[in-house]
Design a protein around this ligand. Structure first.
Ligand code: FBP
Length: 551
């Protein structure tokens, strides 16, 4: 593999870790826990792993290590997120420290690798090639949903063959939900395999009181913010374009909010607020068009707008429609696939309730088609395929034309579209993600040594210097509630959306009117890996506001 000079220099970066990892470790157990909601149902579904205590690692006296080696399997699940390779490096170093003959096996291309028995041993040489690098290419990732007993049993065959005592599943809320179901199953049949989860997703929605951030969010937001800053500078130079920038985040608007906090765009839409205010698509269009007119009146015929990828699903009327479409496709996709493409739209309209049929019929052809595309394996609409940025700019263009006829707008509206998603998901991890991920992996190995299952590795207090970070494990059942998925009620980890009462959103709200008119752009520049800590080690603005209340 040919490497750039930066890659070579970066390979020797030693992640900063909590002090507790430097000595011998003991596990301190907290009180029994309960799920975040629907306690009775969750308890019934997870009788063997429900109510486990929160675990914290503390320094211990005596000898570290295990008497016998421990073989561990690892799976990367779902979308890429910067730092995944460091989680694996942390697991590797952790289990080697526990016993030098321990082995690590990676399952290829996500959960499918476990089911299909496709794996490779991750030796020291391989791990060294991937330290501090972006992407998931060390073993690849995939979105196969681990959910059936047949899959679990098939997986167990290869785990037994390789003498694997623990499986680490690195994934988002859905993948960690599946990790929890798998942990329960293996425990119920005394399979002798522990299952540990790790919180991954650039979307930032796998977080709660115990899991303060999912890995990859930090780096991805910094990459997008660099690009948004570059666009802002360009648009402030030519002063003629309105840039519509859609940023990833399947559901929650955490990425959009963080990028706004970093770059001060003229407009940033937060889906959760749209839902709370019950705004229609037309309301959003009028709002944005209104700001465009206000800026035009001050001679500022340009601007930047950040749009969260998941917006469409938060517009109440479209949300209802999508729910009905999801149920429809969960039960009737075979039948639908037999319908000719030219007749599919009419066919869907004929199957929907009158209210949703009307909303669907009113959508532009392209968006209607995008809403009817295949769901992901978890039954979700693939929002990254929906061109919301174009939909909005077209509707805004029409609105401005109307207003121009009425003499309310005199400018020339020239939109430019961008979608930042894949650009940031496999970026080389920032110092924060490199440190956080390595520590998560190391924590996973210590949970394995402690014989734990059904836990997610956790690292807290990450706005403090790394030596003060607090490491441990959180029972996954604690994060669960019941939700409707593909037409059925299922136990799932509760996604955390942007909190409209929270400090980050309220800080943004207090600034946005100013940013709309004043052109107060911030140009964050590229992630820095070498240099002073205040340049290289800063956590996200969201986390700083959440933990310190101020920037
Ligand atoms: P995860 O939740 O699996 O981390 O993936 C998140 C994400 O990057 C979303 O932001 C985006 O909507 C989606 O993946 C895109 O999926 P795909 O990788 O299948 O194109």
């Amino acid at each position: 593999m040919t490497k750039s000079a930066l890659q070579i220099a970066r390979a020797s970066y030693v992640p900063k870790i909590p002090t507790v990892f430097k000595g011998n470790i003991q596990i301190k157990e907290g009180a029994a826990t309960a799920s975040v909601d629907d306690q009775e149902e969750i308890k019934k579904l997870f009788p063997h792993i429900y109510g486990l205590p929160i675990l914290t690692f503390v320094e211990a006296e005596g000898q570290a290590g295990l008497d016998t080696p421990v073989n561990v399997g690892v799976i990367l699940s779902g979308g890429q997120a910067p730092g995944g390779h460091n989680v694996i490096a942390g697991i590797y170093d952790g289990i080697k420290r526990l016993h030098p003959e321990s082995r690590l096996y990676g399952f290829i291309l996500g959960p499918a690798g476990l089911i299909n028995h496709e794996y490779k041993e991750l030796t020291g040489d391989i791990i060294d090639e991937y330290r501090n690098t972006g992407g998931f290419d060390i073993i690849g990732s995939g979105r196969t949903k681990l959910e059936t007993k047949e899959q679990f049993d098939k997986g167990l065959e290869i785990l037994k063959k390789l003498n694997i005592k623990a499986l680490v599943i690195i994934g988002g809320d859905d993948s960690n939900t599946n990790a929890c179901v798998l942990a329960e199953y293996y425990q119920s049949i005394n399979a002798g395999v522990q299952v540990i989860g790790c919180p991954k997703t650039i979307d930032g929605d796998l977080k709660n009181e115990q899991i303060e951030i999912s890995f990859g969010f930090d780096t991805a937001c910094k990459v997008y913010s660099e690009l948004i800053g570059n666009i802002e500078r360009d648009c402030n130079s030519s002063r003629k374009y309105w840039h519509f920038i859609k940023v990833m985040g399947r559901s929650a608007s955490h990425i959009a909010l963080e990028c706004a906090l970093q770059t001060h765009p003229n407009i940033c839409i937060i889906s959760e607020e749209i839902e709370a205010k019950k705004w229609s698509l037309d309301d959003i269009v009028e709002h944005i068009a209104g700001i465009i007119v206000d800026r035009e009146e001050q001679g500022l015929g340009f601007g930047t707008i950040i749009i969260p990828e998941g917006l469409i699903e938060f517009i109440p009327a479209i949300k209802d429609l999508i729910e009905e479409l999801n149920d429809f496709f969960a039960h009737s996709s075979d039948e639908f696939n037999l319908v000719r493409r030219s007749q599919q739209r009419e066919y869907i309209i004929s199957k929907l309730s009158p209210k949703n049929a009307k909303v669907y019929a009113g959508l532009p052809e392209k968006v209607a088609r995008q809403l009817a595309l295949d769901r992901d394996p978890h039954g979700n609409v693939q929002v990254s395929m929906i061109q919301t940025e174009e939909l909005l700019s077209k509707m805004i263009g029409r609105k401005l034309e109307e207003w121009a006829k009425e003499g309310k707008y005199k400018g020339k509206f020239s939109p430019v579209h961008h979608f930042f998603g894949y650009e940031g998901r496999s970026a080389a991890p920032s110092n924060y993600d490199a440190d956080y991920c390595y520590s998560l992996g190391y924590a996973a190995s210590m949970l394995i040594a402690g014989g734990k299952t059904g836990y997610m590795a956790s690292i807290q207090n990450t706005t403090a210097p790394a030596d003060k970070w607090v490491a441990g494990g959180i029972p996954i059942t604690m994060m669960m509630n019941m939700e409707r998925r593909s037409g059925k009620m299922k136990p799932v980890i509760k996604k955390t959306l942007v909190d409209l009462e929270g400090v980050p959103f309220n800080y943004f709200k207090s600034q946005r009117e100013n940013w709309a008119i004043e052109t107060d752009y911030v140009y964050p520049g590229p992630i820095q890996y070498f240099g002073p800590s205040e340049v290289c080690d800063q956590p996200t603005k969201t986390l700083q506001l959440e933990q310190k209340g101020t920037l």
